[in-house]
Design a protein around this ligand. Structure first.
Ligand code: SR1
Ligand code: MG
Length: 407
């Protein structure tokens, strides 16, 4: 009988003992140390390393509530979902996720490859670092994990079994509330709004009834459109990166939903990087160079997705009616429309909602932050309201630049 045979929430000292006892990873004479390194909203992340060999591992443990607030009561089944999804993503998009070493359903842990030689992409973007491989890597990740898990490619009974296996009600509820409802009406009365922007947000967002109608339609798309096995939280805090490597982490929000949810999250979070650089960089040459890279990345994420999607479609489609002339083009256009809509939802919820992003909240100058927030929110409204018109990366960028030019 081990003390790890029944669940409890671990401390760093427990994790060292846990790693030695439960993982077949460290040598018997290893000298282990452990530390909690997480600053995310949901789980506890520990790093355990051997001071002799330098070997290390990440142990992620789920609590019964979210790390940021006990108001979010969550099934620990999310750790099984995360472990299984990471393994599936590893098969579909090799090299673009960390390796999983072990899933423990008693302690609700997922033990995985330590990516300490990478950095969290959001933190690097706030430092205005460029990653030339990113658009290529993330578009490959999205096409492979999204298109290859749809009914277009998979046997429909297999796909339905996957829908069942990855039902994720509590984590979906977080997105339904925080992304699709609260930013537009504050109905749980917990929105965080930058005080100088409060009145403007009430006027431009809470009081816009046409916007609310479109948001309502989009919420039902998110609730009911079991299209692809999506990551479900693909923002730049869910990506570890270095110059020659991109690793997507944290798929605990995964479920069968609209694939535009993932693509829109990536685009919106690159727009936050743009808004941060626009607000905070003073050297004009460095600013033009960095913003140029962010803009190129926004365009390429969309355009490379389209290009690789069309190639993967020709290679992998099995559904007979998906081969009907015109269907592929129609399907892709619905994905781009969803992408534009979710770009708008993510932009809105990170400015007006409960879970904000440091790209914006760390802008120290009040006027610059106001401008950054309004660029995001006015762009968001255009992405949502005109979602059916977006066909290329250049059109996504044009919305951002057009809006910024008005402020
Ligand atoms: C209560 S969780 C708040 C946010 O953190 C996660 O990373 C998701 O983005 C979620 O919406
Ligand atoms: Mg996360």
């Amino acid at each position: 009988m081990s003390r790890f045979d029944s669940y409890f929430l671990m401390k760093p000292s427990d994790v060292v003992e846990y790693a030695r006892e439960k993982l077949d990873f460290f040598a018997p004479d290893s000298i282990l140390e452990g530390k909690e390194i997480g600053d995310g909203n949901i789980n506890y992340i520990f790093r355990v390393w051997d001071t002799k060999s330098g070997k290390s591992v990440i142990i992620k443990q789920a609590g019964h509530t979210a790390r940021i607030s006990d108001a979010f009561v969550l099934s620990t089944d999310r750790t099984r979902i995360e472990a299984e999804i990471l393994q599936l993503e590893h098969d579909l998009a090799p090299g673009l996720v960390p390796l999983v070493y072990k899933y423990d359903d008693v302690m609700s842990t997922c033990c995985m490859e330590d990516l300490s030689d990478h950095v969290i992409m959001r933190a690097a973007l706030i430092q205005h670092q460029k990653f030339p491989r990113f658009a290529d890597d993330i578009s490959t990740f999205m096409v492979n994990t999204l298109l290859l898990t749809t009914d277009v490619v998979l046997d429909h009974k297999k796909k339905k079994a996957m829908v069942k296996s990855f039902i994720n009600p509590e984590l979906c509820e977080i997105s339904e509330d925080l992304v699709y409802t609260e930013p537009f009406n504050n109905y749980n009365n917990r929105n965080i709004v930058f005080p100088p922007n409060q009145e403007w947000v009430e006027q431009e967002i809470y009081n816009d009834e046409q916007l609310l109608l479109e948001v309502a339609k989009l919420k039902f798309e998110f609730l009911t459109h079991a299209q692809s096995l999506i990551h479900g939280d693909l923002h730049t805090g869910s990506i570890f990166i270095k110059t020659d490597s991109t690793k997507v982490i944290d798929p605990e929000f995964a479920f069968y939903g609209p694939m535009g949810y993932d693509i829109g999250n990536v685009v919106a979070n690159m727009i936050f990087a743009w808004a941060n650089a626009d607000a905070t960089m003073s050297d004009t040459t460095e600013k033009a160079d960095y913003i140029g890279w962010v803009e190129k990345t926004i365009v390429e994420v969309v355009d490379l997705f389209i290009k690789k999607f069309n190639i993967a479609w020709q290679k992998n489609v099995t559904e007979v009616l998906a081969k009907v002339p015109g269907f592929q083009e129609w399907y892709l256009q619905t994905v781009l429309s969803d992408t534009a809509a979710v770009t708008g939802m993510e932009l809105s919820r990170r400015i007006v909602g409960l879970a904000q992003v440091k790209d914006i909240t760390t802008i120290a100058d009040e006027k610059a932050r106001l401008r950054a927030e309004r660029i995001c929110l006015l762009s968001a409204k255009r992405f949502i309201m005109a979602r059916e018109t977006y066909k290329s990366g250049a059109e996504f960028l044009k919305t951002l630049k057009d809006v910024a030019a008005t402020l």
